[in-house]
Design a protein around this ligand. Structure first.
Ligand SMILES: Nc1ncnc2c1ncn2[C@@H]1O[C@H](COP(=O)(O)OP(=O)(O)OP(=O)(O)O)[C@@H](O)[C@H]1O
Ligand SMILES: [Mg+2]
Length: 317
């Protein structure tokens, strides 16, 4: 079974028939999915797909215009404190207070969770060390680099020891070192049983971190499943990229696509890309042809291939 259709009690988030409108524009129309306890779930999609809008409704930050959301068995609606107290949120725009220091920005969050000043100080210190921000504890937030700000927002989201951590593009704009750190921390949290809900535009990140994901576009869901399953289903397991071939050559080679398990082929600029599984058979077939085999590069198919196949190559808003 590729898709789990039945919703179970262990689902941390259940979204059913979710709708969001901004005036006449429907930004999310009839979206349904679930997030199971302890998994890392990815919500992917091009700019404007409706990811942040969906996240804001799950986090009780925006009104729902249709359908239902249950978070930790509770109904989501704007300002539902019972949910907000149990989740950590890293929103797409970090809303840090520029007039406070790094330590103060985290500590102040303790109040929201009803922590005493002492508890908040202790927890903030623990998180500063954990996110490698201790040396910056006294710095003003306005003096931090983009990567440090992002790490600070993640640390702040963990003040209340949440059961569910929602991360809206946590690594956008981070250098490779900072991204690796965030990945390691996400894995660590997951191993402690924290459920992770993640959006990202980095397909390698989603492939590495997510147990299951949904790809959405224009307010609707296009695909759902574990990354490897989605890749195999939508594009096949591997790709042959042929360069420097003429259209005549391509026509000749294309006659043999039926000899292998080819999902589809397309021109990507100067490269002719053939996607599928068991591409050995295709290569062997091509080698028996009279004309010499063009230069090719063979690679595993990726989630990026899936994403472009499903959402196209045109730029979004
Ligand atoms: N407050 C708002 N008022 C009107 N339209 C909005 C508002 N917020 C979002 N939208 C529109 O809703 C759609 C979905 O936006 P959303 O921010 O959810 O996209 P996204 O998938 O998070 O995109 P990105 O990857 O760029 O962050 C877009 O067309 C956006 O312009
Ligand atoms: Mg967004």
């Amino acid at each position: 079974m590729l898709h789990k259709t039945a919703i179970t009690a262990s689902d941390v988030v259940r979204v059913e028939g979710l709708v969001k409108r901004y005036g006449d524009f429907e930004a999310v129309h009839g979206v349904s999915f679930f997030v199971s306890e302890g998994e890392c779930f990815g919500l992917l999609g091009p700019n404007g797909a409706g990811k942040s809008t969906t996240i804001r409704m799950i986090c009780c930050l925006a009104a729902i215009d249709g359908g239902t959301i249950q978070v930790l068995e509770l109904p989501a609606f704007p300002g539902n404190q019972a949910i907000k107290q149990q989740i950590g949120v890293v929103s797409q725009d970090d809303n840090l207070d520029p007039d406070l220091t790094v330590r103060e920005n985290i500590e102040i969050q303790g109040r929201f969770y009803g922590q005493s000043a002492g508890e908040a100080r202790e927890r903030a210190q623990e998180l500063l060390v954990w996110m490698q921000l201790e040396s910056k504890a006294k710095a003003q937030v306005r003096d931090l680099s983009g990567g440090m700000r992002r790490r600070l927002v993640i640390a702040r989201a963990l003040m209340g020891k949440p059961r569910l951590l929602v991360l809206d593009e946590p690594t956008t704009g981070l250098d490779p070192q900072a991204r690796q750190l965030v990945w390691a921390k996400v894995r660590e949290l997951k191993s402690q049983g924290v459920t992770i809900f993640l959006t990202t535009h980095y397909m390698d990140e989603a492939e590495r971190l997510c147990d299951r994901l949904v790809i959405m576009d224009q307010g609707g869901i296009l695909e759902e499943g574990p990354p490897a399953e989605v890749i195999a289903r939508v594009v096949g397991e591997e790709c042959l990229e042929l360069s420097g071939i003429s259209e005549d050559q391509q026509v000749q080679l294309a006659r043999h696509l039926g000899d292998a398990d080819v999902t589809f082929s397309e021109w990507q600029g100067e490269i002719w890309a053939v996607f599928g599984s068991q591409l050995d058979r295709l290569l062997q077939r091509w080698q028996t042809l009279d004309s010499s085999l063009p230069r090719f590069y063979r690679r595993r198919a990726s989630l990026e291939d899936v994403f472009l196949r499903l959402t196209g190559r045109d730029l979004r808003e």
